[in-house]
Design a protein around this ligand. Structure first.
Ligand code: FE2
Length: 402
């Protein structure tokens, strides 16, 4: 279950919300206030919450909006002494400080928390759309690098696709070493690791990582042994003249939701108990993490998938009584991940790249023959930077439209 939009909760239209505050009723000896909106909808706030979120320049920095006070600066006995509706603003006087603060009605509407609790497990936000082969194979989001670099609208759509679907293809990169960094430069920064600023993905003799052989790779997320995991991965192709070697992606959120539908107990086991992941393949490196394969936030939001057979360490955090069922759930999760109905496949040609949200979308590689050459490079980057750049571009577009 997802949070309900404000208009569903209050029964008002967002359009006319600004001037529709009709009554402000102080309750619980000033510890709460109930606002009545035209049409009869009601939303409650706590005095402490309102005081902590006051918008005045003593509470919030005018320059950057950061809070200037701590919770300890607010008296524990804070209550509302009086409240007045003045046009489209609510004016509140807090006691014992005798401090008056104004809250725009639209701001109160946008920040309401008096709504039904979300007790669903495995929900995802409205920005996220799950996909399968049927919905995505012929609709792979893609953009040309030069266009994305030149045109903010093209970049916005491409970044929004990453936010919504967890992956996107980018065409038109120079087919040369290091050009994958240009993709990260569009929205943020490379995350360097012990594999370097970027790493090579091509056949090698005596490889210390299966990615460097010509065998197929099961769909996986990268580096689950890091905490935090790299949240974005970019893979760019410099040369690809082999037979096979296609790339594929699988929406881990869609697969997790399918598992939850089919086997809620299995979903509960994989999301409740930690798995352990580790990598110690190079000298001086011993990476370890203890996190579930399906990670939920405290409110049940599906926030991260970790799935990688190569780096899964012995599972020691599942009680003996649950281990059988845990392994059954792990097997079923793996079967669903392998189900072609979830897999979107494409072959990267020289100058093409793709980005995956490594907290959600798994990637795989088909086996390829020894003749010809397959040379890819990979790097990691951070999703918070991508989402920040996207939000800033969207904000700019919105302001320009107003
Ligand atoms: Fe990988």
């Amino acid at each position: 279950m997802q949070w309900k939009p404000v208009e569903q909760i209050t029964g008002c239209n967002t359009q006319d919300a600004i001037s529709m505050l009709t009554h402000a009723l102080i309750g619980e000896e000033g510890r709460t206030i109930e606002l009545v909106w035209e049409g009869g909808a009601r939303t409650r706030f706590h005095a402490m919450w309102l005081r902590d979120n006051a918008l005045d320049d003593k509470t919030r920095s005018v320059g950057n909006g950061q809070r200037l006070i701590t919770i300890l600066d607010i008296p524990a006995a804070t209550r509302i002494g009086s409240a007045l509706i003045k046009g489209d603003t609510l004016e509140v006087t807090f006691l014992p400080e005798k401090k008056t603060a104004s809250f725009p009605a639209a701001w109160l509407r946008a920040h309401t928390y008096d709504r039904e609790a979300n007790d669903g497990r495995g929900w995802t936000g409205s920005d996220i759309q799950r996909w399968t082969k049927a919905t995505m194979q012929n609709a792979v989001p893609r953009a040309d690098y030069a266009e994305a670099n030149r045109d903010g609208n093209v970049l916005r759509q491409w970044l929004a696709a990453v936010r919504t679907y967890g992956f996107a293809v980018m065409d038109g990169l120079p087919a040369e070493s290091g050009s994958l960094c240009k993709v990260a430069d569009l929205f943020g920064y490379i995350r360097e690791t012990n594999y370097g600023r970027w790493f090579e993905v091509r056949a090698e003799v005596n490889p210390n990582n299966l990615a460097y052989t010509n065998l197929g790779l099961q769909a996986h997320t990268d580096n689950p042994y890091r905490d935090p995991v790299p949240t974005l991965q970019i893979l760019a192709c410099i040369e690809n003249t082999v037979e096979g070697g296609e790339s594929s992606v699988v929406d881990g959120f869609a697969v997790a939701a399918a598992l939850q539908d089919e086997d809620p107990e299995g979903f509960r086991l994989l999301s409740s108990y930690p798995a352990r992941f580790e990598y110690a393949g190079s000298s001086g490196v011993r990476l370890q993490s203890k996190r579930p394969m399906i990670e939920l936030g405290p409110d049940g939001e599906l926030i991260c998938i970790r799935f990688n057979n190569r780096s899964l360490a012995p599972t020691v955090d599942v009680p003996f009584a649950d281990m059988d069922a845990y392994y059954r759930a792990y097997r079923r999760f793996a079967e669903l991940i392998e189900d072609p109905a979830f897999e979107v496949t494409f072959k990267l040609e020289a100058g093409q790249s793709f980005i995956v949200d490594n907290t959600r979308v798994m990637h795989a590689r088909k086996a390829f023959s020894g003749s010809g050459k397959r040379w890819l490079q990979g790097c990691y980057a951070d999703k918070d930077g991508l989402l920040s750049t996207l939000a800033a571009i969207e904000h700019g577009f919105k302001e320009a439209a107003e």
